[in-house]
Design a protein around this ligand. Sequence first.
Ligand code: NAD
Length: 438
Amino acid sequence: MKKTLVVGTGYVGLVTGTCFSEMGIPVICIDVDNEKIENLKKGILPIYEPGLDVLVEKNTKAGRLDFSTSLEDNLEEAEVIFSAVGTPPDEDGSADLQYVIDVARTIGRSMKDYKLVVTKSTVPVGTAGLVRKTIQAELDKRGLSIPFDVASNPEFLKEGDAVNDFMHPDRVVVGIESSKAEEIMTRLYRPFLLNNFRVIFMDITSAEMTKYAANAMLATRISFMNDIANLCEKVGANINMVRKGIGSDTRIGNKFLYAGCGYGGSCFPKDVKALLKIGEQNDCSMRVIKAVEEVNDDQKFILFHRLKSFYHGDLQGKTIAVWGLAFKPETDDMREAPSLVIINELLNAGCKVKAYDPVAMQEAKRKLGDKITYSKDIYDAVIDADALLVITEWKEFRVPIWNILKQSMKKAVLFDGRNIYDLRELKKEGIEYFGIGI
Ligand SMILES: NC(=O)c1ccc[n+]([C@@H]2O[C@H](COP(=O)([O-])OP(=O)(O)OC[C@H]3O[C@@H](n4cnc5c(N)ncnc54)[C@H](O)[C@@H]3O)[C@@H](O)[C@H]2O)c1
């Protein structure tokens, strides 16, 4: 069987490659980061993702999953190449496509027979065309006429539950322009969807747009709920009740309706920005999405403002405990994490920050260095604290021993950025409590 190459061995590429190999498909994951590849060959993963380490080990041992730094060297053995490289925001907010183009160029330079080049990264509408042109230009330089197809297969996995999402997708979106590409993609995805084949084939432009529309819709739900939560506080309503009230309506559904201190991560902020840029380039003002971004930017400051007004505007010298650094639970990813914005504000205001996160401490040290103190657990973080801010809703934060907090903290006050605690319970425990929209 020909091999499947996955280029870019990050959150998406490593999960994609590993899950295909789990289905018996021989895969080589490729990355330009030598250290990442060397570590993966030794079984050391570059990311924390539940269940992934076990699958990587199993499939590597079975000889179905391999790692390499060279796309050229492995191209001949492959028919399909998934490109899952990063597409970070450029200075103007648009997606930076340099890595996507690099991959296409390398393929065009080295291919000797038919290839299907599938873009898995989140890319603006028209990128598949750019990939096609780039490959063709390289073939023209070589004076060769080799057939190839491009396809778009945006990824919808959630960090923290990525393996499960990939193994049991709600649906798989595939943009194609040839029956050969459709046949290959059907063969690759059939094992995941044996009982109910939920691959939605469409034109490439629609597939590219689907990914941005999906993330923008989810971000919209979050910002909408944050707006409603802020109003709830003013009028004396409780956002948790409102969420239950509307989420049980089947037309609305109960997912992504949680108010909090803002969304972060490597996808929503960047994809919302990129969609705004695509709108601008096409003379289409994306008014809803603009507001979604604005609400979220403000929401990241909300805990800080509350804390500041609690201490009458003076936070100089205060010790603040922070629980949760990752942008969401079950990941060590801190890209665009609200924690970074909040910690930055706290430091600027003259606070001392003591933080704890179950898995993101290493990542936090890379980002924040020695500007904050890293605690060994939740209780260590609150010793002598003037307040506790909960920023990520990790399971291990849900049922703390309140007495320890009361005894260790200088002032037992909790600002809950994810609404995981019960106001009445905390009142009974003698802890002052502030949630979002309650
Ligand atoms: N992280 C998510 O939850 C998620 C979900 C859906 C879609 N996406 C999209 O998938 C894409 C990848 O995201 P990610 O979070 O996995 O990124 P990542 O930064 O974790 O990984 C990207 C990898 O690509 C490698 N790379 C860059 N240029 C390369 C090249 N020329 N050849 C080989 N490797 C190269 C980098 O070294 C890096 O390891 C992005 O477009 C993102 O928007 C991400």
